[in-house]
Structures are given as C-alpha cells and as structure tokens.
Design a protein around this ligand. Sequence first.
Ligand code: AHR
Length: 322
Amino acid sequence: MKRVSFLIVLLLLLTSCSAGKSKSDTDKKQYVIGFSQISAESSWRERNTESVLDAGKKADYKILYKNANQSQAEQIKDVRSFIASRVDLIILTPIVETGWKHVLEEAVAADIPVVINDRLISEEDSHLYQTFVGPNVPIQGIQTADFLKKKFKNVPAPINIVEIQGSKDASPAISRHAGLLEGIKDDTRFQMIASVHGDFMLSKGREAIKNVAKSHDLRQVDVIYCHNDDMTDGVVSYLEETDIKPGKDIIICSVDGQQSAINLLKAGKINCVIECDPNMGEMLFEVVTAVLEGKDVPKENFTTGRIFSEFSELNKIEERGY
Ligand code: AHR
C-alpha cells in the first residue's frame, strides 16, 4: 500500500513539473550560436555586445561568445573553434574587410550559415555569408557632408577638414571616409588636409589630433570629422588644453550618438553627431531565426540612424543608454 501511494505522489509531481509546457515546447531544439565579437574598444561596442547577448538569450538561443581583443588572427581562431564545436550558426562582427575567405569557406564546407553583424567584409567574399545586419555606413558620411554644407553656407573657400578615421581597413572607416568625400565632391570649397587613424578609441583619438597638431597649425583647421564618439571625446579633451575652443573655433562632427557626445553637443563643444544605433540584437536574431528556419532573407538588413546637430531640438533627445 505504501508503495502504491509513493508511486501516485511521484506521478503527480512529474505531471505538475511539465504543466504549462506543451510537448512541442519541451521537444524544441535549443540552437547553439557562435558569436565572434571584435573587442570592447568603445562604449558603442560594449552596448552592441550587450544588445546581441541579451537578444540571443531572450530568443532562447545558447550563445558561445568570444571577444578577439582587436586581433583578426584571434577572430579567425574563434570562428574555427565554433566550426569545430559544430554550432548551428555563426555571427561574425569582422574587425577588417579582408582576409575572411578561407575561414568562411571552412564554415560553408561544414554547412554552418554565417550572419555578418555591424561591419562588412569585401564584396568578393559576399557569397560566403547569408546576410548582413547593421548600419548603412556610407550614408553617415554623406549626412555629415550635408550638415557641413548647411553650417558653412556662404562661407568662402577654403574650408579645411581634418579627419580622424577609425581602424585601418575596417569597413566603417573606409565607408565613413568615402561617404564624406562623396558628399562634398560637388563643393570645391571643402578640402581634406589631413586624414589619420585613431582606432575608434578615446586615447588614440587624442593621440591622433596631438600628432596632427605637430604638422598642421590647428588654427587653420575649420572642421574635425571623427569616425566615432570615443575618438571625439579624446579630441575635445586635447583641444580644451589649448586656446582653441572646440565647437566654436573648430566645427566638430562625430558618429555614434552615445551619451558623452550628446552631452558635448548640448554644451556647444561639438556640432553634429550621426547616430549609429548599436542596439541591433533584436533585428539580428529575427534574421538568425529566419535563416535557421530556411526562409529567404534579404542580403542586407540596415538599421536606421538620425542626425543630431546644433540645428536639432536637443532637449528632445532621449537618454541614450550607451
Ligand atoms: O563598427 C562600428 C563602429 O565601431 C562604431 O562606430 C565604433 O564606435 C565602434 O568601435
């Protein structure tokens, strides 16, 4: 009798544990996704990583996360480790545009789909990945040019621009540079007098402008165009140690839209910020799910970005969260 009651209690317990979950829920396979991130070079990147990891968790994927600390060799190793672990899909944020052919061919051979996040790889290797989720970067350079044309309306030539690019060979550095040149090509007043790299990092942005100051008289510079907000923070901190007033004596344009840049914009120390939204996790996992379900997805899925400038209603800008 004792044995029968024990069995009944056990049965009741088992039924109550599975209550609320349908058979299809319990049978559902949990996909494993390998996520290869570049590093934590900027506040933007930190927010992007959080957004991807949070969205993956919310969508019930198991994420294997690797941070390559700014090294392409490390990133290639990380992708190879995902292939060896037979993950279901790989998300790759490529540090630079080129050099991915072999490792991506290995992913194709292993039948593991690859989704590219945030930065692009060379067009010639685009058949090696399924789809891209991220910003439409060339537009950011063109939007900067549009702001400059408005700001310098009726100002005579020359208008001297110094550019602080992101990391060499990284797709946003290439496209932000090309986008600006495209945007100013019909206005010969603008000329780029120096273009250097600052690796998307605050300390290197500061170092970059300090080096430019050794070969150029900054009082002859009208515009500094920084490829991201962390480098802008570095540039402004350097200029504040000189007698040049950032945002007044030199017009400063930036990209990202993180809180530090919005604060500088409100303080009149910079003049324009093109938003590059790092919160792409949700969109990314919608696309990942579609790929895993074998659905057709567009080759490019662009996030959107606004223009914040001294011509905007700055008090309407919400807290940025990064
Ligand atoms: O790839 C996007 C760029 O990388 C962001 O603009 C920058 O902040 C980041 O480090």
